[in-house]
Design a protein around this ligand. Sequence first.
Ligand code: HEC
Length: 198
Amino acid sequence: MKARGVMAACVTVVLLGMGVSGLARLYGTQEQPAPKDTEADAVKLISGYRQWTKANDEPKYVVPRVAPGSSGPLPVPQKTADPHEGKFLTVYVNETGREQFMAKKIPRFTEGTVIVGEKLPSRETNAAPELLTVMVKRAAGFDPQNKDWEYLVFDGPGKKVAARGKQNESCAECHEVQQPLDNVFRRCLNLEVLNQMR
Ligand code: HEC
């Protein structure tokens, strides 16, 4: 009888301990671990993305001075840019993020939103992407300073993760300038779409 009581007490202590660390995680009081999902899980997140909402009908030309793996301008003097670096970008957003991306002036993306940017070598709509830059909205507390976005880079076919986690700190740093708009640029959208936003 007595032994049982001790055991119950131990179990309670363990459970309480788990509860506290869980709460700490929830409120971001401790550093966030990288997501535990595997490469296969990440690949699944973007599988079939070409069936999602396409934000821009025509691949958008992005001025040379692009960040590696992205469409963004680099903080380098224009004269150092190679004009051949100019690439094309097509953006896709999944159903979870569609309304916020396409229709809201001040978007607030919810967990599960996935945005895929295809970096294309030419204006050809069905050209094979060179790589994919991806933003995934994770659960609250994942990375509160960066609005809980995870940044990933995939190979062109979207079958391999080329970079995630710490290697992608620069993505978050640059996207931070868009803080009032949940760290998303949406420069790919055309005027017609922008004008209809509420
Ligand atoms: C130097 C600034 C900069 C860096 C670094 C950067 N981006 Fe971007 N990113 C941009 C800009 C600007 C756009 C909008 C481009 C456009 O539509 O013309 C953009 C667009 C995107 C989009 C489409 C959604 C949106 O915000 O419009 C995704 C997805 C994306 N970037 C992911 C990444 C990932 C992943 C990385 C890191 C590997 C990264 N970016 C690094 C500036 C940057």
